[in-house]
Ligand binder design. Structure first.
Ligand code: PLP
Length: 379
């Protein structure tokens, strides 16, 4: 299968340009700022602010939205740990609402049932690159006065009803970590249409400085979370590669869907006309009863990066320990999670990483055949 990341002379040239300019940081160079403009345009957002990673992107999105100590943040249990740990980093309490087992995405109805008078925000994850039901989440946010944050770490270029994800809610976050569909090894971005949030985010990334302000003018207490010019130089090239690679992933994912969705014992997420572009970071399927056998046979065939997926976060002892440490100190109840769908999918899901969607048609057909043969045997 193809290696990831895909790169070439353009990345090398861009890196050398930064090296030889002597401007290695964004406080003297303009490559980060240029990439921020290009990425904001790509996601059709008013602003993009880059930073060190997608984990802290969620944390500063929460802080910029005024979420702090003891506030509750509703998150899905079936996601990368950063979605929940970001809340803990700002002293807030992650509260888990269940997912839709057909799509693996946070369920708006379960989310609404989890709202209390302490709820300040909901982090919606466009898991695998599949956009969540943003109309429902924005309506829910408006009804309860919640900030709607999109965790789009897996969803570069994905679109819901024609609108790229990230700034459909109040604020959205991206990751450029090694596995992601646009990468510089590490990195992240926060996007928003809200000017006030954008300047708060800028200050959080830049030690409390204000856009256009003085070097020692710290209006708020912020971190130094800046991306380097080297990373931005690579990201500018990776962004230009993205549309072509997405087309290929999309074509192969559709072929896999066609070949697998009619097979007994295999469940692939249903089509949804609201999803006008899928980010195709993971190809997920559910194989109740046959998961282990399929994992084994794909691994034996050399597809070693096939994964059994997440352990749900409402089962993660570290997350629960930290969440309960906060609620105990504040004398607040900790809402016990009831997420049977997340529990179920964690026993029967497998996923292929995006790199396995970058092969030839023949390779993609071979993957489908391997899955089907084993699933049938297990059945
Ligand atoms: C990768 C990822 C993150 C965290 O991004 P990092 O850049 O690795 O910190 C957050 N949420 C989801 C859903 C992710 O997949």
């Amino acid at each position: 299968m193809p290696e990831w990341p895909e790169y070439g002379d353009d990345e090398a040239k861009a890196l050398l340009e930064v090296l030889n300019s002597g401007n290695w940081g964004s406080t003297s160079g303009d490559v980060v700022a240029t990439f921020e403009r290009e990425f904001a345009e790509y996601q059709e957002a008013g602003h993009a602010i880059c930073l060190v990673n997608g984990t802290l992107a969620i944390a500063i999105a929460l802080r910029a939205a005024g979420v702090g100590i003891g506030d509750e943040v509703i998150v899905p249990p079936y996601t990368f740990i950063a979605t929940a740990s970001a809340a803990l980093f700002v002293g807030a309490v992650p509260v888990f609402a269940d997912i839709d087992p057909d799509t693996h995405l946070l369920d708006p109805v379960a989310t609404e049932a989890a709202v209390t008078e302490r709820t300040k925000a909901v982090v919606v994850v466009h898991l695998a690159g599949r956009p969540a039901d943003m109309d429902a989440f924005n309506a829910l946010g408006a009804r309860h006065g919640l900030t709607v944050i999109e965790d789009a770490a897996q969803a570069h270029g994905a679109a819901y009803k024609g609108r790229p994800v990230g700034a459909i809610g109040d604020v959205g976050t991206f990751s450029f970590q090694s596995s992601k569909n646009i990468t510089a090894g590490e990195g992240g971005a926060v996007v928003t249409d809200d000017d006030k949030l954008a300047s708060a985010l800028y200050s959080l990334v830049n030690v409390g400085r204000v856009p256009g302000g003085g070097w020692y003018q710290h209006e708020t207490v912020g971190y130094n979370l800046r991306l380097t010019e080297f990373q931005a130089a690579i990201l500018r090239v990776q962004l230009r590669r993205h549309p072509r690679l997405q087309e290929l992933r999309e074509r192969n994912a559709r072929l896999l869907t066609d070949l697998l969705s009619e097979v007994d014992g295999i469940q692939v997420a249903p089509e949804d006309p609201a999803i006008t572009a899928h980010g195709r970071h993971l190809f997920m399927l559910r194989i109740p009863g046959g998961r282990e056998a399929v994992l084994e046979s794909l691994t034996a065939a050399g597809l070693t990066r096939v994964s059994p997926g997440y352990v749900p976060l409402h089962r993660n002892a570290a997350v629960l320990r930290d969440a309960k440490a906060i609620t105990t100190r504040l004398g607040q109840p900790y809402p016990e999670a009831n997420c049977p769908n997340a529990d179920q999918v964690s026993t029967d899901t497998i996923w292929l990483p995006q790199t396995y969607l970058l092969g030839t048609e023949a390779q993609t057909q071979a993957i489908a055949t391997a899955i089907t043969a084993t699933a049938n045997a297990a059945d």
